[in-house]
Ligand binder design. Sequence first.
Ligand SMILES: C[S@@+](CC[C@H](N)C(=O)[O-])C[C@H]1O[C@@H](n2cnc3c(N)ncnc32)[C@H](O)[C@@H]1O
Length: 328
Amino acid sequence: MIVINSKTQNPKAQHSLPFEQYPAFLMDVLDGLGKSQKEIPCKYFYDERGSTLFTAICQTTEYYITRTELQLLNKLLPDISSRLGAQATVIEYGSGEGRKIRELLTALQSPRAYVPIDISAEILFDASRRLKKEFPNLSIYPLMADYTAQITLPEEISGSGRRLVFFPGSTISNFTPAEAGQFLRNIRQFLDPGDGFLIGVDLLKSPNRLHQAYNDYDGVTAEFNLNLLRRINRELDGNFKLHQFEHYAFFNPRYSRIEMHLVSLIDQVVKVGGYQFSFRTGETIHTENSYKYSVDRVIHIGRDSGFRHEQVWIDEEKLFSVHFLTAV
Ligand SMILES: C[S@@+](CC[C@H](N)C(=O)[O-])C[C@H]1O[C@@H](n2cnc3c(N)ncnc32)[C@H](O)[C@@H]1O
């Protein structure tokens, strides 16, 4: 349901479309800012600048996820390659800059096709172009899409060879555990028995370690979070003053998740797309959840979603896990 605080008389706000036909980004932002706990879905972080900032987060000392997952992939990929055999088709959700897929494609025996799926057009097509140069014999079908909606895979990938779904980076953590289960069930529907699913999942650990990872010293994560307001200003005719908001990320033990928020530093009124929203000092916009899992919980979600849990790899510090599941 959409609840709006109030509407201004700004002529720019006189949208010619009925409310239900507003673009999804505008609808979701108006809807989210109208809630008592203001919120905006995290998929909107990833405009071009947001994607570049995410790549920079992956290089911070505090963000252990990327380097730990890459180390695990180096260890486990020969095994995945022999399980899948030659001519596999890889479908990657939230492919981003394509750093990890390079390792996977190099390890596989003459992979047949690759379908990167991402909501962020620039990073998706740039990464696909770069990969095509490195793997000239591979057919690449970039799909710019929101994977929380129904996805239609390209017809060209039907045919022989195993399918492998790759979902690295613990992007699954942005879903609630119930949504994660539904997401896996949706994926299971287009796989045949024996097809694979390789997924990276961040593990529950010391809250201080988690806190550091989402509050890096150089403020890259803060910039990434605040960039959402910059995007709203540019694309939705917003007037957020970024210095009047602050990045805030903390571990919420009740839900076993890191929450990211943008905190209003003063009482203020902000306009978006001609609608106005009031903020009290300290009031927040909830911008992202990142659920932290135990290995057992991942195993259960996989089993409940039509997969056999084949193997899990964990680093020595028990920071991160990579799971290989097969469709039953
Ligand atoms: C946390 S980043 C992970 C990037 C990369 N897979 C990695 O492991 O470092 C999430 C990626 O998923 C994409 N993404 C987020 N929400 C999405 C959605 N609803 N549909 C499609 N792509 C999405 C983002 O653009 C981004 O590239």
